[in-house]
Design a protein around this ligand. Structure first.
Ligand code: GLN
Length: 198
């Protein structure tokens, strides 16, 4: 059957909607023809084929993940291979190790990176930069907001883009992370790349 190019894909991308910039991700996914499901309860996980974890405040999201009883089922799904994409605070939630986190802050330990929260200092705690992404022909304009820095990455982690010496876009198996906010740029290429892998 020939699909109408305007019709939505049959895959559903969940967007963790506990706190933060989730609606911008939903808008971007919608604009590239992907069906979305906001995830607030364990029941919402039943229908998703992938999950986006947005930027926001990772300490708050960590608390809400536990109080909503989403933490354990999401952890299990990631372990089973669910494609996930974490941006900024979402990247912190997926990391193996968090520096300068709250003592009770949890993370999924889904990608072997060590991240330092709010690591770009006061002067440039928010900034924009053109970064070159391995697989793109032209630079991607990236928006960094109180961004975490990847201070260490295992060699199993694939580096997709750097800003100076810092890795800012990386992947390990089913886990994609960005220290910036691709949902705030008009450029859809990173979301398209994620969706293609589902
Ligand atoms: N500094 C935030 C945190 O630790 C992340 C910032 C963001 O997502 N824009 O959660």
């Amino acid at each position: 059957m020939v699909r109408d190019s305007q019709s939505k894909s049959t895959k559903v991308v969940g967007v963790l909607a506990l706190q933060g910039a989730f609606s911008s991700h939903t808008r971007v996914l919608d604009s590239i023809g992907v069906s979305t499901q906001e995830v607030r309860t364990p029941q919402n996980l039943a229908s998703i084929d992938a999950l986006v974890m947005p930027g926001g405040e990772s300490t708050t999201m960590s608390q809400l993940l536990e109080s909503s009883e989403l933490f354990e089922p999401i952890k299990k799904l990631i372990h089973e291979g669910l494609p996930v994409f974490g941006t900024c605070a979402g990247m912190i939630l997926l990391a193996n190790k968090i520096i300068d986190g709250r003592d009770d802050q949890v993370s999924f330990g889904a990608i072997e990176i060590e991240v330092q929260r709010n690591a770009y200092g006061r002067q440039i705690d928010s900034f924009e930069a053109d970064i070159s992404v391995e697989v793109f022909e032209s630079p991607f304009h990236a928006v960094f907001i109180r961004a975490p820095r990847i201070v260490k990455a295992d060699k199993a982690v694939e580096i997709l883009a750097k800003f100076g010496d810092d890795i800012v876009l990386a992947q390990q198996k089913n886990v994609l992370v960005a220290s910036f906010h691709p949902e705030l740029s008009p450029d859809r290429r990173i979301h398209e790349m994620f969706v293609k892998e589902i």
